[in-house]
Design a protein around this ligand. Structure first.
Ligand SMILES: [Zn+2]
Length: 293
């Protein structure tokens, strides 16, 4: 009996070793992607942060990674003395410093400059046209975007809700030559079909891909999220100075902030491993929200 238990234990250990990586993956696991163009689309500076570990890995593995955010993030503050212009500059600086931590250069950051909180009310056709132009120009193989939902509508807060639809609506439009045809006939671009999608911020049970970011990519993610001082530290209520970094905060605030960021990165675990979870989809954009049985 003891021997049988021992055998089962050994077998379990072996299976565990052989089947690593243990998490569901696309046909080619994300950790093996190389030579791809990756574009993450979000609404605000920091919307990319839950993907920082995966983006860090992809950048290091020889993919070209771009981040496109639609708004400047110019209203998210409780500081009574903050202005929109000043906050937009602060958020840009924080975003660029964060991307630098994961190896993404400044020229790969695109911001469409819309006002924070107002995406819902912007001219949708105009935003889609601009997104389509970027898709046709960069020709991404993989699009990271807010998950608009899968077989239902996922309720996301205003800008995120709008960003989720804008990103995929533009993906659909980009592949049709006769939509925004001037981009093709006059600007010299080509229609482009984005075939792979990594949706973030979706419902937990719809996630089908987990990227093991443990080790250096999680550490870089921690360094990167810790650049967003104006959103998650005491500077949210009182931004005292310019280009604030964690070390500029009073000791107690700094420790509290860094603990929060540490937990955000390292407590996101699956079976004891630090991960980032996504809903991966491959195919024509028309099927992004369809549940297939
Ligand atoms: Zn956001």
């Amino acid at each position: 009996m003891m021997r049988e238990i021992k055998n089962i234990l050994v077998l379990t250990l072996l299976v565990g070793l052989v089947s690593s990586p243990a998490f569901a993956q696309p046909e080619t696991p994300v950790s093996e992607w190389t030579g791809k163009t990756i574009l993450l689309v979000g609404a605000h500076p920091d919307d990319d942060s839950n993907s920082y570990g995966t983006l860090s890995m992809l950048q290091e593995n020889g993919n070209e990674v771009y981040v496109l955010l639609m708004t400047t993030g110019n209203v998210g503050t409780k500081d009574p003395d903050m202005t929109r212009d000043r906050l937009a500059k602060i958020r840009r600086g924080e975003e660029l410093r964060a991307l630098n931590e994961i190896g993404i250069p400044e020229e790969n950051y695109i911001n469409l400059g819309y006002n924070d909180g107002m995406l819902e009310f912007t001219d949708r056709k105009e935003v889609v046209r601009r997104l389509v132009k970027w898709y046709r120009k960069l020709k991404p193989d993989v699009l990271f975007a807010f998950d608009p939902g899968y077989g239902y509508q996922k309720w996301l807060k205003a800008d995120h809700r709008r960003a989720s639809y804008l990103a995929v609506d533009a993906a659909r439009a980009a592949e049709w030559r006769l939509i925004f045809p001037g981009q093709i006939t006059q600007d010299g671009l080509e229609k482009h079909w984005i075939q792979e999608y990594m949706f973030y911020s979706g419902v937990e049970e719809d996630k089908n891909t987990w990227v093991d970011i443990s080790g250096k990519h999680a550490d870089r993610k921690f360094n990167a999220v810790s650049k967003h001082v104006s959103q998650f530290s005491s500077a949210w209520e009182d931004y005292n100075g310019s280009n604030l970094e964690a070390e500029d905060l009073p000791t107690e605030d700094r420790n509290e902030f860094l603990d929060k960021m540490r937990s955000r990165v390292y407590d996101n675990k699956k079976d004891g491993t630090t991960v980032e979870g996504f809903r991966y989809y491959k195919g024509i954009p028309d099927g992004i929200g369809h549940r297939r049985h």
